[in-house]
Design a protein around this ligand. Structure first.
Ligand code: FES
Length: 120
């Protein structure tokens, strides 16, 4: 396993910010059309920034690892900056080869988060 694969495995086995929070400001949920797995993301917002974030839902290793990595990436960041995160930024952070189907798994959390922030 290379260092990227090890990092992804670690996020899968010990997902950061996994679970639910009390009184989130934003709740967003969606499914990966290909497999039906759902991710829910909850966010607390303070002064235009993500103060806290949780994600939950059943999902494969890739979707869980990417949700975990995304949650660390966006915590404390301005919402306006988060809206600029591109698909390839998250994929690049994961650093592993992904088939088109696996890419959908990896990008589910980002899509759910961005959809939620549109309503914020
Ligand atoms: Fe369902 Fe990856 S197989 S999110």
């Amino acid at each position: 396993m290379n260092i990227y694969q090890e990092n992804v495995m670690d996020h899968y086995k010990n997902p950061r910010n996994f679970g639910k929070m009390k009184k989130p400001d934003v709740v967003s949920k969606d499914a990966n059309m290909l497999c039906g797995d759902e991710i829910e993301i909850q966010v607390k917002i303070k002064n235009g920034k993500i103060d806290d974030i949780r994600f939950s839902g059943p999902g494969c290793a890739i979707s869980r690892a990417s949700g975990s990595m995304l949650s660390e990436l966006v915590k404390g960041k301005k919402i306006s900056d988060i809206k600029k995160i591109k698909d390839d930024d998250l994929i690049g952070m994961m650093g592993i080869e992904l088939t088109p189907i696996r890419r959908k798994c990896a990008l589910l959390s980002l899509r759910v988060l961005k959809n939620g922030l549109e309503k914020a």
